[in-house]
Design a protein around this ligand. Structure first.
Ligand code: B12
Ligand code: SF4
Length: 509
């Protein structure tokens, strides 16, 4: 069967959705043909026009949308188009997993949770005219139009047993213009890899605990690929594209010491690539950091989220102390691993004092880089229920395009304007210490117009940032690299065979 995947990337970020690569490989292994409609960098009506052209050109027998919550509004619009009215329409990914009920009203099939086995069984059944209503994980309607909501199947036992993801389903820009390309100077190709699945924690703002609950008694939630298998995936990617840096999408990384040591041995001999990974503060232990540093760890992103310890414990269900957080960053520094801090502003009950507390913690933590996103209460999370109960938002609220859009909460403790204001101030001043940064904080806070002015004139600071980051000669090298990349992309694209016959993802083509 000819199967068209859809990546409704409204956030317009260059980053492959790994779920599509994984599922495309599985479908190909079972004899199906796949292609991708990728809306990255497309705008408004252009998306519908290109989507219709893509459907006409590929003529799929079924279509599968991979959907996050911020992508549901666009997905719904595409599902309504006449050009796909007679084609079976499947939706899968995080949003349909947590809100299957609503999704089923707009499509033919919803695949909940892990898609590997469910999608193959569904596609085979559609192709052969078999029964599509009794497949575990799949919600659909029977011949009488009655909704059939099947139970979840067991979790995949061994991730190593599935085929190597289909990297070629994406256009090259997802690797060469990836959102992380500037993290390490000199990087021109980034590969995204999944080393494990299943985070065992229960943060109240995250949808992972809800999905874990759906899989109760359905096998082991936390699963890890072997270091050897990971090496195979990395080598497979590298042989086609080359590789400068690896991004591991795992939610937690520093689990079993023995596995990390095995990874250190294999990666230091046969992979030799710097990598980025994400971690919880309390998982950072000296022996483990040493092992990943040997394996090639370049930077670790750690969720701090809020500087208020009591609030973290009580509202976010993150019980780590301030000391644990500070030590985690210090330990990474000691072993030469850079650090990035994730924070949120505009959390329920946030106020000015908490913004100051977060700034104070960042000063002590001293991350190399930090990010402050605006909190959004995702469907299926405890904090969403809190927001609705407290009257901070309506129950039918939909997610905006990205975390930097305005807050959706209407809270007495902090206005929407203030949330955006502090988000920007914190991002500008982050861990900076001293009288000058205190003065800037006061100025931006008291005269928000200076903040707007600063945003407008930001480009003037770029030369200074470059000189600070790369040094005098390094800055020239960096600029030359960026300039060269524009031409190189076009050249390499010609040499790489991809299974994506229609490259709709490149703007202007
Ligand atoms: C890496 C990552 C990112 C990266 C890369 C994103 C990308 N393009 O894929 C970056 C940092 C860019 C990112 C950004 C965002 N992310 Co993010 N991200 C992740 C993370 C940690 C891993 C994703 C991953 O690669 N998983 C591994 C692959 C193999 O799994 P998968 O994609 O889910 O696919 C499986 C199933 O979902 C299913 N499936 C997926 N697609 C389809 C399609 C069909 C047809 C079928 C049948 C099945 C199916 O089958 C697959 C195989 O089992 C997840 C957490 C998580 N564990 O998933 C959060 C997560 C997906 N992100 C999330 C969010 C909210 C975002 C943002 C919207 C945040 C923002 N900044 O505004 C943006 C959206 C940007 C974008 N265009 O994707 C939420 C989504 C929640 C939700 N309800 O939608 C998650 C779940 C985090 C969380 N727990 O809250 N993210
Ligand atoms: S540690 Fe990260 S992935 Fe795990 S529950 Fe908390 S926020 Fe979600």
């Amino acid at each position: 069967m000819r199967f068209l995947f859809v990546y409704p990337n409204v956030q317009k970020v260059w980053a492959p959705r790994l779920g599509i690569s994984v599922l495309s490989a599985v479908l190909k292994e079972h004899g199906h043909e796949t292609s991708l409609f990728d809306s990255t960098m497309m705008k408004g009506e252009e998306i519908k026009k290109n989507f219709s052209a893509s459907v006409e050109a590929f003529s799929p027998d079924a279509i599968g949308f991979s959907v996050l919550s911020n992508e549901w509004a666009l997905t719904r619009d595409l599902l309504k188009l006449d050009c796909i009215s007679s084609i079976p329409k499947i939706v899968g990914g995080h949003h349909p997993t947590v809100d299957a009920e609503d999704c089923l009203a707009h499509c033919d099939y919803v695949v909940k949770g892990e898609g590997e086995d469910a999608l193959v069984e569904l596609v085979n059944a559609i192709e052969k005219g078999g029964d599509t209503t009794s497949i575990p994980n799949v919600w659909s309607r029977n011949l009488l139009g009655i909704e059939v909501k099947n139970d979840m199947r067991d979790l995949i036992g061994n991730l190593d047993e599935y085929p190597i993801p289909d990297w070629g389903i994406y256009s090259l820009e997802h690797y060469t213009r990836n959102f992380l390309i500037d993290v390490k100077p000199g990087t021109s190709i980034i590969g995204q890899f999944e080393g494990s699945r299943g985070c065992p924690y229960h943060c109240t703002y995250c949808s992972s605990p809800h999905v874990m609950g759906m899989y109760k008694d359905k096998g082991t939630w936390r699963r890890e690929k072997s270091p050897h298998r990971l090496m195979e995936e990395i080598k497979d990617f590298e042989k086609t594209y080359g590789l400068d840096m690896i991004y591991f999408v795992d939610e937690i990384f520093l689990t079993q010491l023995a596995r990390l040591e095995e990874m250190a041995d294999i990666f230091s001999k046969d992979v030799k690539k710097p990598f980025l990974f994400m971690e919880r503060p309390e998982m950072v232990k000296e022996e483990k950091i040493k092992a990943v540093a040997k394996a090639g760890a370049y930077s670790m992103s750690i969720g701090v989220e809020s500087g208020d310890e009591e609030f973290r414990r009580r509202v976010l269900n993150r019980k780590m102390s301030e000391k644990v957080i500070i030590d985690a960053f210090a330990m990474a520094r000691k072993h030469g691993v850079k650090t990035h801090a994730f924070n949120m502003v505009g959390l329920p009950f946030d106020d000015r004092d908490r913004m100051i507390t977060t700034r104070e913690l960042m000063k002590r933590v001293k991350p190399d880089t930090a990010q402050f996103s605006v909190f959004y209460p995702l469907v299926g999370t405890k904090l969403r229920d809190v927001c609705i109960e407290e009257g901070f938002m309506e129950a039918d609220n939909e997610m905006p395009e990205n975390y930097y859009a305005n807050s959706v909460l209407d809270m007495p403790s902090m206005s929407r304007e203030d949330i955006l204001k502090y988000q920007t101030i914190l991002e500008i001043l982050c861990g900076r210490v001293g009288k000058w940064s205190d003065f800037l904080w006061w100025m931006y806070e008291t005269f928000p117009v200076t903040l707007k002015l600063r945003r407008r004139l930001k480009f003037l600071g770029e030369p200074v940032r470059y000189l600070k980051t790369y040094g005098f000669f390094g800055s020239f090298a960096r600029l030359a690299f960026k300039f060269k990349r524009r031409f190189r992309d076009k050249r390499v694209q010609k040499d790489v065979e991809t299974s994506q016959p229609y490259s709709f993802s490149r703007p202007g083509k």
